[in-house]
Design a protein around this ligand. Structure first.
Ligand code: ADQ
Length: 478
């Protein structure tokens, strides 16, 4: 088998299968930022591969090429998807790592499936990487993979990036099998996080639970038996977006026209307030609707002049907490429209579906205010996409302090979304901001995003990994 210099390992392959009406099947690249970032670094190396689940449970798929990438599908059964993905990943880890906004559930059978599936991913990655090559493992679904790869292939440089927060010690300590998770991650040479705070949390957990020493960003991992000691670097690498996409789309006449149409379709209101999220309880959609609903009830926001648009991408619909959230959001929007919408014009337009990048950019360009009210969020790319779309330097970003993005985007209108009064004040302030005030804030925000794109993020990560990997593979000097 042909071996690869760089192997990306993520829960999902960067493609989705599409079935045409005549039954013909094809693979279409999914539009996510990670795919764009990885594609740009994968193009820079002689040979790169991606290991991931193709999204199907009924058939094993042979490795294939798509969009210039070598893809290695990992086959998962229905029961594995249920226990490893919906169970341990999204029913245990996701809520626990997001400050227990929802109750984490735990079942030992979920853990067993998590171990088995992580082993499948590790075996696939270990079999396709060239001697001395680099493996980059992504996200909370695959935390055991670094150690499992190292056990088979100590010659590889192994990096791990966690896209979601890493919780404080007091919360992480609740996780059954917590030490196995830490040991899994420490199989990497470099463990990357979104925020400085996440890497500090991780190092605290390692110190408290495993007793390993650490200083600055370095953790000393003692070797067992004949294994040499190693140094693992844990550091923040705030993820970003591909700004070139927005540079292009914001100049596209069709997108500009669509932004105008969106305003017209919403009745050409004085102000449009936008929310764009995966329909997830971490995103604070209920808090946002509560605040906005109170402003409507008090008459502080006039629905004849201001309209709200909430776009919610369908997400994890087989997990109970998500079904419940959807019901609550839809009930609330229905109630608020029943109480406050003028005839023929909703006070809140709600769309539960996905859009392409063109439509998303047009929405960002049409919106005067973007509300990002996450109760906890690793980064939040929607905030950065909005900024990148505002080439006119207008528009106001109301941003929760509990997003990773808030560490960088200091010129946003920062809020604590738990404080409904504060959220209401922030919305009113955003609606009243003068064009000059908007420009001053937006110029600063745009500089910030332009200075750290997703390509910079990937390059930074890989160059630090390359240094760390060299050090660990060199003979150990006590
Ligand atoms: P997410 O929780 O999915 O990502 P986010 O960073 O906001 O959150 O990314 C969402 C992406 O989905 C954005 O690119 C957005 O444009 C897109 N999207 C949202 N609604 C859409 C719709 N209706 N139609 C089409 N596209 C839509 C996780 C973490 C984040 C972290 C990212 C990347 O939870 O905190 O920022 O990974 O590391």
């Amino acid at each position: 088998m042909h071996k690869h210099e760089l192997v990306v390992v993520a829960n999902r392959l960067p493609v989705d299968q599409h079935v045409a009406s005549d039954g013909t099947r094809s693979w279409v690249t999914s539009p996510g930022g990670l795919v764009t970032a990885m594609k740009s670094v994968m193009e820079d190396v002689d040979s790169a591969a991606w290991v991931g689940w193709p999204g199907l449970t009924d058939e094993a798929i042979e490795p294939f090429e798509a969009d210039g990438m070598s893809l290695f599908p990992v086959f998962l059964t229905n029961s594995e998807v249920e226990k490893y993905y919906e169970g341990f990943s999204n029913g245990t880890l996701w809520p626990l790592y997001h400050d227990v906004i929802a109750d984490p559930n735990f079942h030992r059978t979920w853990w067993d499936a998590y171990v088995d599936v992580n082993r499948k991913f590790a075996a696939a990655a270990a079999s396709v990487a060239v001697r001395g090559g680099t493996v980059w493992v992504h996200d909370y679904q695959l935390q055991l993979v670094p150690e499992m790869i190292r056990a088979q292939r100590p010659d590889l440089k192994i990096g791990f990036f966690n896209h979601i927060p890493f919780p404080p010690f007091e919360l992480f300590a609740q996780l059954p099998k917590r030490n196995l998770v830490l040991r899994g991650l420490l199989g990497a040479d470099l463990v990357g996080f979104q925020r400085e705070r996440d890497s500090i949390n991780f190092m605290t957990c390692v110190r408290q639970l495993l007793g390993y020493r650490s200083a600055e960003h370095e953790i000393h991992v003692p070797g067992i038996g004949v294994e040499p000691d190693r140094t693992v670097v844990a550091r923040a690498f705030p993820i970003s977006i591909d700004t070139s996409v927005y540079d292009r789309l914001t100049k596209d006449p069709a997108v500009l026209k669509r932004a105008e149409e969106i305003r017209a379709e919403l009745g050409n209101p004085k102000r449009i307030v936008l929310g764009v999220d995966r329909l997830d309880y971490t995103k604070g959609i209920r808090h946002r609707l509560k605040a906005y609903g109170e402003l409507l009830a008090e008459g502080a926001v006039d629905p004849h002049l201001v309209t709200m648009l909430q776009v919610a991408t369908p997400s994890r619909e087989r997990v109970d907490a998500y079904r419940q959230l959807r019901d609550e959001v839809e009930l609330t929007v229905g109630r608020l429209n029943g109480d406050f919408a003028p005839l023929g014009r909703p006070a809140i337009t709600y769309m539960h579906r996905s859009f392409n990048r063109e439509e998303m950019t047009a929405l960002y360009m049409a919106a005067d205010v973007l509300l990002v009210t996450s109760l906890r969020d690793g980064m939040n790319l929607v905030a950065k996409e909005y900024i990148s779309s505002r080439v006119d330097c207008q528009g106001v970003l109301v941003l929760s302090e509990f997003t990773g993005a808030a560490d960088e985007l200091r010129a946003a209108t920062l809020v604590n979304p738990h404080d409904i009064d504060e959220l209401k004040t922030a919305i009113l302030h955003a609606l009243a901001m003068s064009p000059d005030e908007q420009r001053a804030a937006m110029e600063s925000l745009r500089r910030q995003v332009e200075n750290n794109t997703v390509q910079d993020w990937a390059d930074d990560f890989l160059s630090v990994l390359s240094e760390g990997g060299e050090r660990n593979s060199s003979p150990h000097i006590p």
